[in-house]
Structures are given as structure tokens and as C-alpha cells.
Ligand binder design. Sequence first.
Ligand code: GLU
Length: 432
Amino acid sequence: MLRFAPSPTGDMHIGNLRVAIFNYLVSLQRDEPLTIRIEDTDKERNIEGKDKEILDILGLFGIEYINVTHQSENLKHHRAMTLQLLQEKKAFNCFCTSAVLDQKREASIEAKKPFRYDDSCTNLPAELTIDNMNPFTVRIKKPQSDTEVIDLIKGNITFKADDVDSFIIMRQDKYPTYNFACAVDDMISDISLVIRGEDHVSNTPKQMLVRSALGYNKKVEYAHLPIILNNDGKKMSKRDDASSVKWLLEEGFIPSAIINYLILIGNKVPNEIFTMNEAKEWFDLTKISRAPAKFDMTKLRFINHEHLKMMDSKELSRFVGFADEEIGELAKLFLEEASTLKELRQKIGAVFASKDVADEYKEGVAKLSEVIKNAPFFSEYDEFKKHIMSESGLKGKNLFKPLRIVLSGSENGPDLSALYGHIKNYLGEIVK
Ligand code: GLU
């Protein structure tokens, strides 16, 4: 079983979508199901409705899964397993106050040493813990030996025993910490491979410690994906609009192109333009570069353009938001100068909108609009043009610029005769 485990704490980040796509591809390749686990145990950071938004995005991107669970549904298991660890003396109650812990943390910062819990409460005599009414957390006892992580991208990583301290598994409010809940849930779901962002690398030995303390010996493989950098070489964060999947969709990038792009970056691929289905045939998780991937808007626009070009006019008109196939043909024509759905919609919208005209063309536009309003229907552009010329008395530059503005709402654009072919049935609406 594979899993995608998003937190419902904000807009979906492209790094997360990349993780979901890779999990899906590998689940198809290995013929193992994919489960979605919404990690909602951090009550303060959860945002209402984000879980549904994430699932909607997965649906839009064609990522299939067998079920969805919310981590909070497993709370009873988290608590039962904490009790088990306490009984087996693999975990202990910790009464250290946050004030004391903060002091110790500051002292280690001053000493330029990483902070590790100093095991003050690890071996408290029983009489100090039973009947102690002070608030307490539960900590798992730190490992006795090094931990070796199998990582399909980074290569195997050894964490020294000292890298992991006796960390908190249950907070004072008796809700589990992320590392504990995640480790238990991966165990309950029988996860074989965890694909996630590399910001979680240091969590991995902690999660392995939890499972081995619980007596679970199945070898879980890991693949930690390198981060995605912005133009300035910094980690893409909320401040970068393009880090949000929702923003990219609103800007008119289409799911198939975003998928293509997120599989392409930091990867060796047989060709640049492909679909998820094609990638399934050759995708190799172990070939993903260990170096961070760089986000490149120009490249994404190019890929989006290529995917839009691959659509037939019916599909394209649906994507642009019209039921009419003819509008798809018009959109295809505008693809010469547009790379996103948003740009296409603007161009099509400008054809039908009332025209914003520069002074020098005002007179010509008014005259041509009148002539077109009263003109009979012409199937061919040449006949239409002849009629318009004779009725308006305009020619050359005085004719063609204003005519283009009347027909397309823009001073530049595709060949007028090609344009006419797709809009001749709507002239009434266009010059209204
Ligand atoms: N909920 C974590 C996140 O969104 C992912 C944890 C994991 O994949 O193990 O970053």
C-alpha cells in the first residue's frame, strides 16, 4: 500500500501535488493501492474545508485512490499504543514544564549544540509518577543504536543513535504528535513505501523508532523528494504564487500540463511532452535527481501550450468554458498567441466584448460596425470583405485595423480570413 498524507492546513503546494503524482505512478507500477490520509491532528493549524479542496484537486488531476481516512479517526489506536509503550517501559511520562525545557533549549543554542532532551524524567521512580497530578507529556525512549533508512532517491542514510532524543509522542492534551501518529498510521495501513518531501527526512528515524518499539518489523522503504526552488534559488513558499496549485489552475494551466511539468523537473525523461499514462510506462522513482528542482514558469507555459495544442476543438471549447465546438476552433486559432486558458478566454472574451477603441480608429470602427450590422450573411471572407469595402468606402490601413478591432477587439492577431471563418455566425452578437 502507498499513501499520500496531506495536512489540511493551507492551499495545496505544487511540491505536495508532485508527491501525490509520484505516489500514484508508483502505485500503478507496483500494482499496489494508494490510500489518502488527511493528517488533521494539529487542531490549531487545520483549516476547515481544506481536506475537501485537496480531494477535489486530486480528482481533477486524475489521481485514483482506494479510500480516504482522517488521522483523527485513529486517535483510539494512538492512545492504546501509547499505553502499550508505557506498560512495556519503552515510553515514560515527562513532567518537565515548557519553561524549563525552553531554558535548556536556549542554553544549548548558546553552547552551539543541537538541543536534545536530557532524559530528566526517563527513569523517575514510580512513586514520583503515579498519583502525580501535574500535567505531563509522554515521551518514547531514545534509540540504543543507529538507524539505517532505505531511501530510493537519496541512497541509504544512517542516523546516529544520538541524532534522535526521547521525543514527545503524546502532548499534555493527550493528542499524538505528528511523528507518532504518522508512524502508527503507516503501520496500521501496512504501507510499503513512503514517498514524501525531503523536509521530512529527519522525521524518518523517529517514525522507525516508534514502529520498532511497537514490535513492528516490516521494512518500510522511503523516497524523499528534493524541494522545488523559485527563481531566486529559494524554497518555493506561500509567497510564490506559482507554489499554489489553485493559483496555477486559476491562471489557466491545465492538469495534464502541470502533471507533465512536475514529472519532468529534476528527472530524466525520454521526451519532453507526455501524459500521466505514458509516464507510467517509463517513470523510475530511483532516477529522480537528488538536487533541488527549479521552477521555471517559461517552461511550464511551453508545456501548457503543447498540451492545449493536443486537444481537439470540442475538448478545448469545454476547457475554455463554452459548449459550442466552433468556439473551440476559434480558441485553436488564438493558440498561436496564447499559452493558457486564461489568455484564451481573454482573447475570446475580447471578440464579444464592447470594443475599447483608440481615438484614431474610432470613426472607422463606428462606420464598419454599422455596415456589418446591415450586411447580409457571407460564407466567404473575400465576399464579406468586398461588401464591407464598397459599403464603407474604406480601404488599406483605414479598413483593416478598424476591421480587426471590430472583429477581434484587438489591434493584432490571427489572419482575418481564418478568424472570419469561425466568427461569421456570431457577427450579430459581435457588433451589437
Ligand atoms: N502531513 C505531512 C505534510 O503534509 C506529510 C507527512 C508524510 O507524508 O509523512 O507535510
